[in-house]
Design a protein around this ligand. Structure first.
Ligand code: MG
Length: 254
């Protein structure tokens, strides 16, 4: 099932994508189930929004692909390297990433995003996937120069607009057989199977939930493969994952 959050005639709702239409839901399916209003709206008539606004946080994993760790000039850490992005960084499909005046170099990082569906604390790895609501695509936008000069990553990865999410949440998804591709103005920059991840989705949920209570609507970003690079105002960035669609973003300067 493919769940989208959208606006139509200035009203924000959730719906289930069904072919070229969306079946409107009464409430947020994460809390209210799948009761429909009976309305079907053509996809052409709606504006897709970020499919989730994280309830409390976005938990991210750094260096979760060996080839990306190598391009950053090191080896991948043995345990998942966690950091947080604020929920205020989230934007939706087709929204503009704003390059901040404080940075000379702002990079894209295409990533698989996992949406948590149930309160998770100290979850064992064998049961970790029971806590997943669904999957979408994320871009862990990073002010690369500030990441280096600050010495830690909060500001460099936490600017407003630095977490595009979407286009929708897929509840049925097999990460093991999917591929991630990132294109900059149509040119392929990142290309990898998600099976190249060092720590699996289940591993990350178990590890993160041993530190932070994960709430329904929290999002995990699972790391990026090799090929990260800068973008400029006017560029178009597309992150595609097999089975999840394409997350398209534009870019502008602040
Ligand atoms: Mg990243």
């Amino acid at each position: 099932m493919r769940i989208a959050r959208f606006s139509h005639q200035d009203v924000i709702r959730y719906g289930i994508v069904d072919g070229r239409e969306i079946v409107e839901l009464v409430g947020d399916p994460m809390y209210a189930g799948y009761e429909t209003t009976g309305e079907r709206i053509p996809l052409a008539d709606i504006t897709l929004l970020a499919p989730v606004i994280p309830r409390s946080k976005i938990v991210c994993v750094g260096k979760n692909y060996h080839d990306h760790a190598a391009e950053m000039g090191g080896e991948a850490p043995v345990e998942p390297l966690l950091f947080l992005k604020p929920n205020t960084a989230v934007i939706g499909p087709n929204d503009a990433i704003v390059r901040p005046t404080q940075s000379e170099r702002t990079d894209f990082e295409g990533e698989l995003a996992v949406v948590i569906g149930k309160i998770a604390k100290n979850v064992p790895v064998e049961r970790a996937l029971d806590y997943v609501f669904g999957y979408t695509i994320g871009n862990d936008v990073t002010a690369r120069d500030l990441q280096k000069s600050d010495g830690q990553w909060s500001r460099a990865k936490g600017f407003d607009t630095f977490c595009p999410l979407g286009p929708a949440i897929e509840t049925e998804f097999d990460a093991a057989s999917a591929r991630l591709t990132t294109r900059l103005n149509g040119e392929v920059k990142q290309e990898a199977p998600l099976s190249d991840m060092i720590h699996s989705v289940a591993d990350i949920i178990a590890y993160a939930s041993a530190a932070f209570t994960l709430l329904p609507g929290d999002v995990l970003l699972t790391g990026t493969p090799a090929g990260v690079g800068p973008f400029q105002a006017g560029d178009e960035i597309e992150v595609e994952i097999t089975g999840l669609g394409i997350l398209r973003s534009t870019a502008r300067n602040a």
